[in-house]
Each structure stands twice: as structure tokens, then as C-alpha cells.
Design a protein around this ligand. Structure first.
Ligand code: NAP
Ligand code: ZN
Length: 346
């Protein structure tokens, strides 16, 4: 076993505290990773606060993990000690079902094993990246390209892949008008990636406060959704809308911005149900879809794409003692644009 230093939370309203957790001895195909940086995703907050259902506390969140391999199991073939690697939102899956066979392990029919708040195949609760070490089976580890520093690599493991996957699937590219709703962690990655794919990108944010940033990330247009004129002006405009908002939204207003056959993909995952009026879809043969992270192969593809296009997130590095404060700032939409924990401060 490896004893890792970690930050854990004991209940929905509790602050983070220092903790020690045990990481299992390496199985044949496991790698031990010394975590250097861990991003803070809004999903960590939904989970820690119990918004997605009951949680077994204490909980160590974190599924944007970047670090260095320090030990490998006896049959590991993909990685060696010293490799720069990442781990995202899942650490295992059945490997046998139709979806796993297709490389869509996130949609494993038996349920993928999430990096935290899950139970692994040994029956142990999984604990995430707000810690100094993690043990993961090699098939769920990805390689971080040499030209991406570890601190900025971390958020790519969730915010990067969660936006890359639907942009890729719904063919964001030249000639396509893509709107990104919400300029937070996921949203700012969506803007950068969609722009690099060649699409014309528009940001739909609550206010114009971050307009300069949005344009710098590659958006050509930027509108405030608090201004009703925005919805009149942009009616019927977008081929694709990526909704990254972490809270309830008036979906129908956004459907009205889609073209004929346009699609709105929800990646935002608020705890409460969203409602819609089907008439807003029927009228223009519009689609409403969801998308969850991405498979391991696609995650590696995303990292290579970001390396090739020099895309990295904008981050604010914090110490382990600042997690509660960072959560408050994320909840206040005051994040520019991802908090990343330096695990050497654990
Ligand atoms: P984030 O950094 O907090 O960004 C969310 C953004 O949404 C905010 O910056 C804000 O942007 C906007 N927003 C927040 N509250 C709003 C409200 N009441 N009305 C309108 N807009 C609002 O969060 P994130 O880490 O990017 O995650 C976003 C969501 O995606 C979360 O629900 C998270 O759980 C989910 N998620 C899903 C997946 C998946 O696989 N599908 C993966 C990761 C995360 P503006 O200030 O620009 O308005
Ligand atoms: Zn996430």
C-alpha cells in the first residue's frame, strides 16, 4: 500500500480537511502515479455537496489528474517510470460490453468506475485526485504530450475531453456556427477547441464581463444572455450549441437560436431536472442531446489535438488550503478559468 496525503470532505456543508488515504498495492497492470496537479471541476462541487445523490463520505474528489509514473506493475506495457501521464473521470470499466469494445468506456453498460465516489473491482471506494498519489490500471491512463506542462494538462482530462467529444461528434468545423453557453472551465475550453477546429464561435455568457477573454480564446462574437435582445438577434443562427451551464436554464430560449436541424448538446449537469417544450424542437427539426466526457482513445486524441494546436486552459494555481475558497468562487462564476491544486502543498 502507498499512503497518500489528500484533502477530504466529510459532508455536504463541511470544509475540506487534510487526510491520509491508502492506495492499493500494484496489480499486474497497475501504475502508481505521483500526482502533481489536480483541477477543480464543477462536478466535484455537485458531488461534494450531494447534489447528484447520496455520497459516501469522507470523499476525496478530483478527476483532472496530471502527474508522473513512479512505479509499474509487472505486466505493464504502456508506461514506464518517469512518464508524464493523466487520469480523467474514470479508472476502469467492464472492458467487454458493446460500448467498451467501441472505445466508449464512459458509457460502459455495467457502469464505468468513476475516479471518485465509486467502488472499484476490489470492492473499495474510489478516491480522487485531490491527493499525492493514485493507482490506476494502465488502460485508463493517458500520455501527456511533451509540450503541455502538467499544471495546464490537468483540466484537459475533464474540461478538455468533455467539450472536445461533442464538438468532434457534431462536426464543429469550417462553415459551422457554434455557440458556447457559459464561459467557465468547460466553456472556455469549448471556445478554444471549436475555434481550432475551424468553426465560427459565439459565447453566450450571463454578462459581457469576460468578453475580452472570450474573444482572445477564439470567439468571434460574444453576447450577454441577460439582455433579451440577444435572443431576438440570434434566432435561428447556430448549427450547434454546447451548453456548459451548471445550473437550470430556460432551454426553449436556447433552442430558438438553432438552425433547421441544429443541435444543442447539454454537457452541463445541474442536480435539478430541466424542462422543455417540444414545440421548440419540432418547429425546426432541432435536436437536444447529452454527452458525457469521452472514451480513453478519444481523450488521448484530444490531448494530441491540443498539443498540435497549442491549446491549454487558463488556470489559477492554488494550494490545498484554498479548496473551499475556490469552490465559493466557482459557484459565484468567478473562475478564470480553472482552479488547479498544486499537490505539493498537501
Ligand atoms: P464552471 O466553471 O462553474 O462553469 C459554468 C458556467 O456556467 C459559469 O462560469 C457561468 O458562465 C455559467 N453559469 C453558472 N450559473 C449560471 C446560471 N445560473 N445561469 C446561467 N449561466 C450560469 O463549471 P464547469 O466545471 O465548466 O462545469 C459546468 C457543468 O458541466 C457542471 O454542471 C458540471 O458538473 C458539468 N460537467 C459535465 C461533464 C459531462 O461529462 N457532461 C463533465 C464535466 C462537467 P458565465 O459566467 O459565462 O455565464
Ligand atoms: Zn469534471
Amino acid at each position: 500500500m502507498t499512503t497518500a496525503k489528500a484533502r477530504a470532505v466529510d459532508g455536504p456543508d463541511k470544509p475540506f480537511r487534510a487526510a491520509e488515504i491508502q492506495r492499493r498495492d500494484l496489480d499486474l497492470h497497475d501504475v502508481l502515479i505521483e500526482i502533481k496537479y489536480a483541477g477543480i471541476c464543477h462536478s466535484d462541487i455537485h458531488t461534494a455537496h450531494g447534489e447528484w445523490g447520496p455520497v459516501n463520505y469522507p470523499l476525496v474528489p478530483g478527476h483532472e489528474i496530471a502527474g508522473i509514473v513512479t512505479e509499474v506493475g509487472s505486466e505493464v506495457t504502456k508506461y514506464k517510470v518517469g512518464d508524464r501521464v493523466g487520469v480523467g473521470c474514470m479508472v476502469d470499466s467492464c472492458g467487454e460490453c458493446e460500448n467498451c469494445q467501441k472505445g466508449e468506456e464512459q458509457y460502459c453498460l455495467k457502469g464505468n468506475i468513476p475516479t471518485y465516489a465509486g467502488v472499484d473491482k476490489y470492492g473499495e471506494p474510489t478516491q480522487g485526485g485531490y491527493s499525492t498519489h493514485i493507482v490506476v490500471i494502465e488502460d485508463f491512463v493517458v500520455r501527456i504530450p511533451d509540450n503541455i506542462e502538467l499544471d495546464v494538462a490537468a483540466p484537459l482530462l475533464c474540461a478538455g475531453i468533455t467539450t472536445y467529444s461533442p464538438l468532434n461528434r457534431w462536426n464543429a468545423g469550417p462553415g459551422k456556427k457554434v455557440a458556447v453557453v457559459g464561459l467557465g472551465g468547460l466553456g472556455h475550453m469549448a471556445v478554444k477547441i471549436a475555434h481550432a477546429m475551424g468553426a465560427e464561435v459565439t459565447v453566450l455568457s450571463q454578462t459581457l464581463n469576460k468578453k475580452e477573454d472570450g474573444l482572445q480564446f477564439g470567439a468571434e462574437n460574444y453576447y450577454a444572455t441577460s439582455d433579451p435582445a440577444t435572443f431576438e438577434k440570434l434566432a435561428g443562427t447556430f448549427d450547434l450549441i454546447i451548453n456548459t451551464v451548471s445550473a437550470k436554464l430556460n432551454l426553449d430560449a436556447y433552442f430558438s437560436l438553432l438552425t433547421l436541424d441544429g443541435t444543442m448538446v447539454n454537457v452541463g449537469a445541474p442536480g435539478e431536472p430541466l424542462s422543455l417544450n417540444v414545440m421548440s424542437l419540432i418547429g425546426h427539426r432541432r435536436s437536444f442531446a447529452g454527452s458525457m466526457i469521452g472514451g480513453i482513445r478519444e481523450t488521448q486524441e484530444m490531448l494530441n489535438f491540443c498539443a498540435e494546436h497549442n491549446i491549454v486552459p487558463n488556470i489559477e494555481i492554488i494550494s490545498a488550503d484554498q479548496i473551499d475558497e475556490a469552490y465559493q468562487r466557482v459557484l459565484a462564476s468567478d473562475v478564470k478559468y480553472r482552479f488547479v491544486i498544486d499537490t505539493s502543498t498537501m
